[in-house]
Design a protein around this ligand. Sequence first.
Ligand code: HEC
Ligand code: HEC
Ligand code: HEC
Ligand code: HEC
Length: 459
Amino acid sequence: MFRRVLAVTCAVSCALLAGLYGCSLKALGGRGLAIVYSNDVRGEFENCGCTDVQLGGLSRKAYLLRDAARKNTDMLHLDAGNLFFQKQPVQAIEAREFLLKAEYILKAYNAMGCDALNVTDGDLIMGLDALAGLRGKALFPFVSSNILARDGGRHLFEPVVFKKAAGISVAVLGLCPQDGVFMPDVRIEDPAVAVRKMAAAVRGKSDFLIVLSGLGLERDRELARQVPGINLIISARAERLLEKPVMENGTAIVQAYNRGQYLGSVEVARAGKGFSVDARLIALEPGIGEDKDIAAMGSDFKAQVAAMNQQAFFKGQLEKSGAGSGAAYIGGDSCVQCHVPQYENWQVTPHARAYQTLVQKGSQYAVECLVCHTTGYGEPGGYSPVDKESSMMINVQCEACHGPGSSHDGVKNGIVRDGARQVCLGCHTEKNSPRFDYDEYRPQVKCPVSGKKQIAGER
Ligand code: HEC
Ligand code: HEC
Ligand code: HEC
Ligand code: HEC
């Protein structure tokens, strides 16, 4: 049925051409089935911007996808896996950040539309439950033909996804390598065995068989030799830039390098009794354009991380001062008895009316705003929209800068004197405070220093 790929036109990788911008997806489609794909995005939501020539970013990818989708409905968007996570997290703070980012990547994929995501070892790094949580929110299928429950052997994800586009019936399988996953409840079936079984099961129901594979190029070639009839393998675990598709036993194998730097595209057209496959890579370069919604998600993610990690910063500082990690927020009213000058000073800063600002906007119930316009949001003793008791934690109070005060008992212990820039950046993010300049902002809000330490004028 899926006999062989008759002709393969290996278009030159766009990256190799000069003046690359012309090479967008606009050229795609019209002549058949268009597949756009990624592999090994590995948590790269957007560029860090460390250099100005960086490739990649989901907002660029989404820009091209939306543009192309408008012009061509016969398009599939597939992902061969290793999508969500950069690496195994080392500390709890890293793990939380990775999970938060994964949520945002999922949101972005939901927004841009996806036809199937292969689950591979890199996506299981945070455990099956974490991935199941993401899958529960996904508007597209997670596919795996060889991840099975150890008990009973049922498939834990969709074993196959069927699609029809440009009059071609497509079956999409997914493979996870056996060497990357060690989970007590999970069995990874031999990939070749799994593909043989599934290929037999879909025979007659599809014309074109695609395998999304996490095995890596060498083992994908072996797979193509072992199991004839696979039309296309989209391969993850990329180690180098594969400029042209690899042909093996009638199967075309493609890969779009890593970290979402390139978008892969494959055009499939009927040719005689088989298909022709024309593959290219599109470098996601500066200047390509950005999807505004996805870019906004990226900024939103950064703000959330800042707020979240600020809390972790305080915990670390307080542990160093011997106060342990159990410190809770107690509210500025309990500081005033001992720190009158600081309290009076604070009262006239904008921080003391940050909540009122939300009320004026009618946003005092919006979690996304409360994170920065209240104190200790979501932390023990801090502001919580569902806890009436916490209403005294509105505004940016003392503990937003000095950390939770429950262990500070009238000595220096258990409080952070000056968290410096890092504390401010928790809320004064690029998006919410673009004009933030520490040296300019600090004198406007810092506390007066008592006794001899007091200096006339400002710091
Ligand atoms: C918990 C979040 C949070 C932290 C931490 C924080 N700020 Fe703010 N800051 C805000 C918010 C919210 C506003 C806006 C208040 C309003 O509604 O007017 C603000 C306003 C300001 C303003 C007034 C800006 C203007 O346009 O007039 C200055 C100055 C400022 N902050 C400096 C700092 C400095 C310096 C630090 C660190 C030492 C800091 N802030 C820490 C949330 C925070
Ligand atoms: C990541 C932290 C953060 C989040 C989230 C956030 N803000 Fe702010 N907001 C700030 C900071 C910091 C300032 C002060 C900016 C400056 O002047 O540099 C500010 C300032 C403002 C101001 C101007 C206040 C003034 O008096 O000039 C308004 C209005 C405001 N925020 C509303 C909102 C609303 C509404 C939301 C939710 C949609 C929100 N903020 C979410 C941190 C945040
Ligand atoms: C925007 C951040 C911020 C907020 C909000 C804030 N402080 Fe401070 N506070 C600072 C900074 C920065 C210093 C260090 C000043 C220095 O060393 O020059 C400081 C210093 C202090 C000191 C030490 C003073 C001394 O004599 O050594 C006390 C006490 C203090 N703050 C209490 C408070 C209290 C009480 C509140 C709430 C009513 C408060 N702070 C709100 C930033 C803040
Ligand atoms: C019972 C009195 C008392 C209360 C209540 C109190 N403090 Fe203090 N605080 C002190 C004393 C005493 C010092 C040490 C002063 C010194 O060394 O000059 C201090 C020091 C500090 C310092 C400076 C620490 C340093 O290392 O220099 C900060 C900041 C501070 N307090 C913030 C707060 C905040 C925020 C609250 C409310 C959550 C609070 N305090 C509640 C008595 C108190």
